[in-house]
Design a protein around this ligand. Structure first.
Ligand code: SF4
Length: 317
């Protein structure tokens, strides 16, 4: 087994929601009892519909949000005990919209250098050399050192965001929809760049995406989330060739095909996504599941594992 970079055990995150002046407060379980291990060099994709809890989970793995219960360990240390600067040196995020995450009044060199300044590096020569090296690494020409973000294309801006995340050479990078704000023509360039950087710098990625084409391109393992729980985990090839959970099957069935003779796919998800404040009983997927059985609305499946393939569904109990 490779070195474990992140270990999440029974992690739950609740939010208290106000329902109006006279209706009191209610708990929303954004993440519920998640177990996850990420090894060095892996690309773990978290997939699921909006509101399934993948971004909340990623924030806890980044140390940006405390968990309500459970534990998150980074390189064997409780994440809450890792000093702030060490945490920022080890884990870095890349956000989905490179334009809004870059300060429009700062020059590119200064934007990329900022995490070094935060770490207390203030020698101009060291900073300039490291920034130029990192720009070269992500394929940004040196002339852009003095440019402003609005002078760059979308793909170049995302390269700046990647360079800023990598300038302190972190070990884990959490990519939140890294290509969703980009033109289709640029998306594969950025995904190939992320792949090359992983090999070159021995990085570990957690990629949050609802785009299964992106996931298939970049991930080595996939965790499917539904209403705050991980319902299936498998290596990418197995998940795409032999999906077991009915929700995963529906997600894969909903991917559009470039074949003009095929209709818009039917994802078989009859009912709409449930309200996380008032989740369905038993298996939370049962109102939308084509395979639902009588016990599904009463008893939550506990999950079973075949080899490295984990699935949470009564069909496999
Ligand atoms: Fe469907 Fe039942 Fe499996 Fe849930 S437990 S996914 S409702 S078959």
């Amino acid at each position: 087994m490779n070195e474990v970079m992140i270990n999440a055990f029974d992690v739950t995150r609740n939010f208290t929601i106000s329902r109006g002046m006279f209706r009191g407060k209610q708990q929303l379980k954004a993440v519920s009892g998640v177990n996850l291990t990420v090894e060095r060099g892996e690309v773990l994709a978290l997939v699921g519909e909006s509101g399934c809890g993948k971004t909340t989970l990623a924030k806890m793995l980044l140390g940006l949000l405390p968990q309500t219960s459970g534990t998150v360990e980074l390189c064997g240390q409780q994440i809450a005990d890792v000093p702030r600067l060490e945490l920022a040196r080890t884990v870095q995020p890349i956000f989905q919209d490179p334009y809004s995450s870059l300060n429009p009044r700062k020059r590119i060199g200064s934007i990329i250098a900022l995490p070094m300044k935060v770490q207390g590096i203030d020698d101009e020569e060291t900073m300039r050399r490291r920034v130029e090296e990192t720009m070269d690494l992500v394929g940004l020409p040196p002339r852009l050192f003095t440019a402003f973000p609005n002078q760059l294309s979308g793909g170049q801006r995302q390269r700046v965001a990647i360079a800023r995340a990598l300038v302190n050479r972190p070990q884990v990078v959490i990519c939140d929809e890294p290509t969703s704000a980009l033109d289709v023509s640029v998306q594969s360039q950025i995904l190939n760049l992320l792949n090359d950087l992983r090999n070159e710098l021995n990085l570990t990625y957690i990629v949050i995406s609802h785009n299964l084409a992106v996931v298939e391109h970049i991930a080595t393992r996939v965790a499917v989330m539904y209403l705050g729980r991980i319902v299936e985990v498998a290596d990418t090839e197995t998940l795409f060739s032999d999906p077991k959970h009915p929700y995963t099957r529906a997600l894969l069935a909903s991917v559009l095909t470039p074949d003009p003779n095929m209709d818009v796919p039917n994802n078989q998800l009859g009912a709409s996504y449930p309200n996380p404040i008032d989740p369905p009983s038993g298996c939370a997927f049962h109102p939308r599941c084509v395979n639902a059985m009588p016990q599904c609305s009463k008893i939550a499946p506990s999950g079973s594992t075949q080899g490295e393939h984990y699935v949470e569904c009564h069909l496999y109990d």
